[in-house]
Ligand binder design. Sequence first.
Ligand SMILES: Cc1cc2nc3c(=O)[nH]c(=O)nc-3n(C[C@H](O)[C@H](O)[C@H](O)COP(=O)(O)OP(=O)(O)OC[C@H]3O[C@@H](n4cnc5c(N)ncnc54)[C@H](O)[C@@H]3O)c2cc1C
Ligand SMILES: *[C@@H]1O[C@H](CO)[C@@H](O)[C@H](O)[C@H]1NC(C)=O
Ligand SMILES: *[C@@H]1O[C@H](CO)[C@@H](O)[C@H](O)[C@H]1NC(C)=O
Ligand SMILES: *[C@@H]1O[C@H](CO)[C@@H](O)[C@H](O)[C@H]1NC(C)=O
Ligand SMILES: *[C@@H]1O[C@H](CO)[C@@H](O)[C@H](O)[C@H]1NC(C)=O
Ligand SMILES: *[C@@H]1O[C@H](CO)[C@@H](O)[C@H](O)[C@H]1NC(C)=O
Ligand SMILES: *[C@@H]1O[C@H](CO)[C@@H](O)[C@H](O)[C@H]1NC(C)=O
Length: 470
Amino acid sequence: MVSLRFLISVFSSLPATIAAACADQFDPSCYASADVLTRNVAVIGGGSSGTYAAVKLRDAGRSVVVIEKQDKLGGKTETYTVPGTGTTIDYGVQVFWNTSVVTDFFSRLNVPIAPFQPSGGATTTVYVDLKSGQFLSNFTPPSSDLSAYRQQLDKYPYLSWGYDIPTPVPEDLSLPFGRFITKYGLQDVAFTIFHHSATGGLGNILQRSTVSVLKALSEPVFQESQGKIVVTAAHNNHQLYDKALEALGRDVLLNSTVVAASRPANSSASTGVRLVVKTPTGNKLVIASQILFTAPQTIDNLSPFDLDRTERLVFSQFNATGFYAGLLNNTGLPTGHSFINAGLSTQYHIPSTPGLYHIQPTAVQGIWSFWYTSDSVLPEATVKREVLAAVNVLTNSSSSSGVEILAFANHSPYLLYPPAEQISQGFYSNLESLQGYRNTWYTGGLFEPAAGPLWVFTQALIEKIAATVQ
Ligand SMILES: Cc1cc2nc3c(=O)[nH]c(=O)nc-3n(C[C@H](O)[C@H](O)[C@H](O)COP(=O)(O)OP(=O)(O)OC[C@H]3O[C@@H](n4cnc5c(N)ncnc54)[C@H](O)[C@@H]3O)c2cc1C
Ligand SMILES: *[C@@H]1O[C@H](CO)[C@@H](O)[C@H](O)[C@H]1NC(C)=O
Ligand SMILES: *[C@@H]1O[C@H](CO)[C@@H](O)[C@H](O)[C@H]1NC(C)=O
Ligand SMILES: *[C@@H]1O[C@H](CO)[C@@H](O)[C@H](O)[C@H]1NC(C)=O
Ligand SMILES: *[C@@H]1O[C@H](CO)[C@@H](O)[C@H](O)[C@H]1NC(C)=O
Ligand SMILES: *[C@@H]1O[C@H](CO)[C@@H](O)[C@H](O)[C@H]1NC(C)=O
Ligand SMILES: *[C@@H]1O[C@H](CO)[C@@H](O)[C@H](O)[C@H]1NC(C)=O
């Protein structure tokens, strides 16, 4: 294996002309031929949307390479295997829609699915302030009837798919959701909306812009009613990504990130893109016609991509929330109870953030799951400390020595949100207009909140991409 660094050090002792040629990290002759990968599409990020896109593009006869930072595909899909028993617990992505895009993808990868059954065993729901440990006795959430909310949502049908927001941007979309709640009399369902699984990871919803909440708890989410939801038959959602990794084989670069990029200044240029990819076996050069960027579109993740001013103006606007999930053992909590975080004296009893959503029993006796959110990304150690502190206040113990965090997944940065004034000024149109710009396309959680809609969105996008690389 001949690395670029090795070559540079060898050539540095040779005449300047040769050294100069190979000092260009985008020059294929600076790499061993096995380290130059020429593909139709380079997919950045191998989570839900990147894996879907790669498999489908390949099935459509286009060549791909997936560049994934972690050592596995699947992103937010996290499955824990209980040692000894082999029982699996999905503690990231839980469920999928029973729609043709979903069922076709599962059958393409030979992963059996089954209808979703709520995990058995009656649980008592306890509302408790998980910061202080104070119980909200006699508290029941005011309402779970979201029809008044859906009436408002109906005004924005274009939020069901992507962000085809009209100009001028409707004023309500940039309102803090807390103001939207009072403006439209949704106080009774504020707590329910905060705790809806679809708004998981949004931090304090009262401070988010209305567009972010409407996009998360969207019309497609409501269509996902009981009986239309599926899970993997083995209760191991990660199977989908293990099978995808087998199918994609050497077209996946794990533990890998792009460190430099050369992209044409405009999309009609046919010269394509070049990416220097840092991999566990040294740098590789990817030469591709198009890039499909599926990792969170933060300025940090995009900075190696040689952004121009137009792109930078869009992507530098984002702030991100934090979303963390995990599993606990030896909690000392009474079985058969679900602990739901509720603020004792906060507005609508929505708990303060950063903080937990809940600590709930899983299908495996003794193992509990938790969800935690924050308004900006936090160090993992802080979140773990806060989760253990919450178990302590629930059990009245002074130390959490016995409690064990069996699994912890950091899904941050989660929600990407621009400042409200940017939303009014057409931020999302500017974002949309970047699709295909400089041979680069975008999908992922920024565009659709759940796997079903995300695959539908991604399918439409890859048809456009495939058309450019006939
Ligand atoms: C706890 C939790 C529960 C959820 N439950 C559900 C559910 O039940 N049903 C549902 O439909 N949706 C659920 N979701 C929503 C979920 O986010 C989407 O379904 C979907 O997984 C998002 O896919 P994605 O491709 O955008 O992101 P991801 O699946 O996270 O993929 C992004 C990938 O990019 C990689 N990456 C990041 N940075 C880089 C980089 N710089 N270079 C290369 N690779 C990089 C990441 O490692 C990751 O693999 C849940 C989310 C969370 C966090
Ligand atoms: C990725 O990195 C992890 C941890 O650093 C390592 O255990 C794993 O073998 C690596 N996988 C690949 C494919 O390089
Ligand atoms: C999915 O829905 C179809 C009908 O739309 C049904 O026939 C099928 O059994 C469902 N699949 C699962 C796993 O629930
Ligand atoms: C885009 O690139 C093509 C081919 O390289 C060139 O002919 C065209 O003038 C460029 N357009 C712009 C707007 O720069
Ligand atoms: C949001 O980002 C801006 C800069 O981009 C920063 O000044 C501000 O503090 C961030 N806000 C939050 C809540 O993190
Ligand atoms: C949880 O703790 C119990 C009691 O200490 C132990 O027997 C069990 O193996 C633990 N479970 C896991 C998955 O570690
Ligand atoms: C903890 O103590 C409080 C009173 O100090 C009590 O109301 C509560 O029931 C106790 N919780 C547990 C789990 O023992």
